[in-house]
Design a binder for this molecule. Sequence first.
Ligand code: ATP
Ligand code: MG
Length: 295
Amino acid sequence: MGTHPAMDHAKTPPRSASGFGDGLDQPTLSGAAALGHVVRPNAIDVSHGTILYLEDVTVSFGGFRALNKLSLTVDAGELRCVIGPNGAGKTTMMDVITGKTSPDAGKVYLGQSIDLTRLNEPQIAQTGIGRKFQKPTVFEQHPVWENLELAMKADKRWWASLRARLDRAAQARIEHTLEVIRLESEARRLAGELSHGQKQRLEIGMLLMQQPALLLLDEPAAGMTDDETMELAVLLNRLRGTCSMMVVEHDMEFVAALAGETGRVTVMAEGRVLAEGSLDHVKRDEAVIESYLGR
Ligand SMILES: Nc1ncnc2c1ncn2[C@@H]1O[C@H](COP(=O)(O)OP(=O)(O)OP(=O)(O)O)[C@@H](O)[C@H]1O
Ligand SMILES: [Mg+2]
């Protein structure tokens, strides 16, 4: 955490100095963001190992602080699970990261140099942050394959290179994504005919078509059967290395499947981080037991 330029309160450098970019127009390409991705005009600088950096982020609704000096960082390539009681501010945090909600105070950075508080929602989406909401939003009247195709075309960078036709590289990407989300055999079916779990996987596939650097998933397992939940855990585990992820979830078995023994889990409560560490570690934390897990 000590290497992020945004940490330097005392002498905030001028925008062009020491890695402090000015939003979208300072391209830097390095580290994991460069791997397996098309070269983005606004590539993310993860040279210090951090993909997401939040410091003292505060959001007030009236007099109520939904986020109260929330600070956390996510490493490039990490799959971070975030848990915590209802109303802890987990969704609000994702709203801040994606630009849906502006923080009253605090720093929100993507990599070293992209100050997300200076960008609006569409600009943030263009930086490579994908967000999965709880309810699947797929084009029900279109086949699975077309859903992926439409998602890819929504990405302007690809649209330009596609020149409005589905070339072989694009087809290969759709096929690869179908394999990742395990919907190869459903490719020609209408999305509306899929089960809830399959729709959720399709929506993740649609996000993947845009090659996100950071994927935010808010309760992706909600409403799923146990089998669907475990299949989703397998899918997200397979995405490791493709993109960084932040997963908010209440289902502890799902969290355990994602975090394993060593993955970092963040526990939020009352708008801030209550505890952080391995699942085993946070489960034994007195404050966590008190406010969330119970005895
Ligand atoms: N637009 C808003 N206006 C007023 N209060 C809000 C708004 N959005 C969220 N809140 C409040 O902020 C607090 C945090 O809500 P948030 O949805 O972020 O919690 P959460 O951790 O995602 O909870 P859950 O696990 O139930 O999804 C809640 O008390 C909520 O009522
Ligand atoms: Mg929520």
